[in-house]
Design a protein around this ligand. Structure first.
Ligand code: FES
Length: 112
């Protein structure tokens, strides 16, 4: 499946998350303070909570419900109570367009 435009780079505010859906897949798109765009599964693995309603800190996105912090680079929860990772999607930038293919995920296991 070709990557789909999900938003414009100029729509993203640093250190905030934006929920998008591609083919019914909810994805949290995050522009971190270093200027890198990340995309991870938007549904917390501890409960049916949208992670994009949570808090961005450095390279993590924290679920507002019970505080699990997910790595934006690996999708792994760094704090309990969540213990299953969320998927991490490949982001492609084309000018101001942010493109994501939800069928392509970054292998977990590397990094923290
Ligand atoms: S629902 Fe996200 S940490 Fe509990």
């Amino acid at each position: 499946m070709p990557a789909t435009k999900v938003c414009s780079l100029s729509e993203l505010a640093p250190d905030t998350a934006k929920r998008v859906e591609v083919d019914g897949v909810p994805i949290a798109v995050v522009l971190d303070s270093a200027g890198t765009v990340h995309a991870i599964g938007d549904t917390c693995t501890h409960g049916d909570i949208s992670l994009s309603e949570g808090f961005v800190e450095d390279d993590t996105l924290e679920c507002w419900a019970h505080g699990s912090k997910f790595s934006l680079t690996t999708g792994k929860p760094l704090t309990l109570p969540a213990y299953e990772p969320v998927p991490v999607y490949v982001v492609t930038l084309d000018g101001d367009d942010v493109l994501i293919d939800p069928s392509v995920t970054v292998p977990s296991g590397a990094g923290r």
